[in-house]
Ligand binder design. Structure first.
Ligand code: 6YU
Length: 496
């Protein structure tokens, strides 16, 4: 196939890159990516802490197995450790919750016995796996995940833990609060009270034990970019407005307005993050988005999840530990929101994951903090964050001399081209909202030039939203939409 139609892709994250790849491979000669920043990759962003490679954005390949296109590409480019390639690793089904070896510390400064914690963690995970039974048919017992967890946990605790002492029982409820904070990070939500119960089960996991890129996630982006024609991306060129629905002209019907340039195209694939779309939709499209699409943009959630990397001279956790949970002993209310954000934002940090293997990274932890507390953390200076994290660790370990060597945090909420981390199904969301997100403009049935504006990006995937593989698949999907459009046109043209 050889196609002369011009396609402009807004955004050079993984979905934009994937769309360009497919189109170029299929014989589209005029493909251009217009990117607001000076780099490719978007929310795939690898950085450095001293000499160590760390991820500012996406961390893992979730479900690295044959069905995961990110895994297949990473394998093809030779970017993975041998362990990630083993059949055992690919077959392990962890359902989004890898069985990492934990350490638990309490706010009174002691290391807790894991055996005392497991019953509460098991109950929480059992409840989370039960949520998929609700299929957003309006018959869910509660509107949000938070209410469901609290009410069920209360009932089950009263039955199952009736004979245990008050202190252990209280500690277990604090574990539930901690697990809710973990889920806020997993979902990129401020609180599990903002995540819809019915739509939660839309998210699908793939088999495979989550793995990382030893040389950095950006290696994937670099390899893909090398295969695209040079000059295909225009950097530092934010798109201000997409003018569509041009009734007069048949060709080049879309105009993409940048600060100092108007680019014309037959089709535009918009891949900007949902956070950006929520903030700028009213000026980004002219005419504006149809109401049903706009309502879905508003209903879907887009929150903040940030990382705080902390490096130490020596570890204060066990050699085999992969995740550290910090349990606040005054949090038996099963809540995941901090009442006084400015004073106690750090209480939202659920704990740390340990960067492995130690021979590669030394002693680096990655702290996780979601929600408005995380957004507030972004406004503080690096020194303030370092001070608060140091105090936190000293308190939980009971060791007043521990001093981090280096600290580095991400600031996704204040990134003007992302405005948060990733999407989640808000209260009242259903599969229809994700359908609406991916629906091209003009909508079906219109007599206008079809497929003027197409939509890709993680928030447009029906079941892998919030992930790199989901985003990549949406880029391919929209490219395929155009490819089949032009295949059907050339098939219907009379033979000469
Ligand atoms: C994954 C992971 N991961 C951590 C953190 C973050 C994310 N994700 P992009 O934003 O990349 O590209 C858009 C481009 O558009 C960008 O370059 C902009 O500059 C540009 N742009 C914007 N406006 C523009 C304009 N006006 N003009 C021109 N250009 C413009 N995913 O698979 N594994 O470990 C993590 C994580 C801190 C921030 C993640 C992870 C999400 C991915 O990073 C993200 O989906 C994709 O990179 C998005 O690509 P894109 O192309 O769509 O947009 C059980 C259950 C529950 C459900 N959830 C569970 C899933 C767990 C998700 N976990 C994530 C966790 C981490 C830690």
């Amino acid at each position: 196939m050889s196609v002369n139609a011009k396609v402009v892709i807004v955004g050079c994250g993984i979905s934009g890159i994937a769309a360009a790849h497919r189109l170029v491979d299929a014989g589209f000669h005029h493909v251009q990516i217009v990117e607001a920043t000076a780099r490719s990759g978007g929310r795939i962003k690898t950085g450095k802490l001293g000499d160590n490679i760390i991820e500012i954005g996406a961390n893992w390949i979730h479900g690295p197995s044959e069905e995961n296109p990110v895994f297949c590409l990473a394998r093809q480019y030779g970017l993975l450790d041998p362990e990630a390639l083993t059949p055992e690793n690919q077959e392990m089904d962890v359902e989004g919750h890898p069985p990492w070896v934990p350490n638990f510390f309490s706010s009174s400064g002691s290391k807790l016995n894991a055996e005392d914690i497991y019953p509460a963690q098991d109950m929480f995970l059992e409840l989370m796996s039960e949520i998929s039974q609700f299929k957003s048919e309006g018959e869910e017992p509660w509107a949000c995940v938070g209410d469901f967890i609290r009410s069920e946990a209360e009932q089950r605790a009263a039955e199952k833990w009736k004979d245990i002492d008050a202190a252990t029982r209280c500690l277990r409820l604090c574990v539930i609060s901690n697990m809710l904070k973990v889920e806020c990070c997993v979902n990129g939500a401020h609180s599990m009270d903002e995540v819809g119960l019915g739509a939660y089960g839309l998210y699908k996991t793939l088999p495979g034990m989550d793995c990382t890129f030893p040389g950095g996630y950006e290696g994937l982006v670099k390899n893909l970019m090398l295969e695209l024609p040079s000059g295909l991306v225009t950097y530092n060129r934010p798109v201000r407005c997409v003018h569509w629905n041009n009734t007069e002209k048949k060709e080049n019907s879309v105009m993409i307005e940048c600060d100092d340039e108007m680019i014309t195209a037959d089709h535009v694939i918009v891949t900007v993050p949902l956070g950006y779309l929520k903030k700028h939709h009213s000026t980004l499209f002219s005419p504006p988005l149809p109401l049903h699409k706009l309502h879905s943009v508003e209903r879907l959630g887009f929150g903040t999840n940030n990382k705080i990397y902390v490096e130490f001279d020596s570890p204060w956790w066990d050699a085999d530990c992969e995740v550290i949970y910090l349990l606040w002993e005054d949090e038996d209310g099963m809540l995941d929101q901090v009442p006084d954000v400015q004073r106690s934002w750090i209480k939202k940090l659920f704990g740390f994951t340990v960067l492995k293997p130690t021979e590669r990274y030394g002693h680096i932890l990655c702290g996780w903090i979601a929600g408005h507390e995380s957004e507030y953390m972004e406004t503080l200076s690096e020194q303030e964050v370092t001070h608060t994290v140091t105090q936190l660790i000293r308190r939980f370990t009971g060791n007043p001399t521990i001093t981090p060597r280096k600290v580095l945090r991400s600031q996704w909420f204040h990134d003007p081209w992302t405005c948060g981390s990733y999407s989640y199904p808000g209260i009242g969301c259903s599969a229809q909202d994700l359908e609406n997100m991916m629906e091209p403009l003009p909508t079906k049935g219109s007599l206008l030039q079809p497929l003027q504006v197409l939509f890709a990006g993680e928030a447009t995937h029906p079941c892998y939203y919030s992930t790199v593989h989901g985003a990549l698949l949406t880029g391919w999907r929209e490219a395929d939409r155009l490819i089949s459009h032009y295949s059907s046109i050339s098939a219907s043209e009379p033979r000469k």
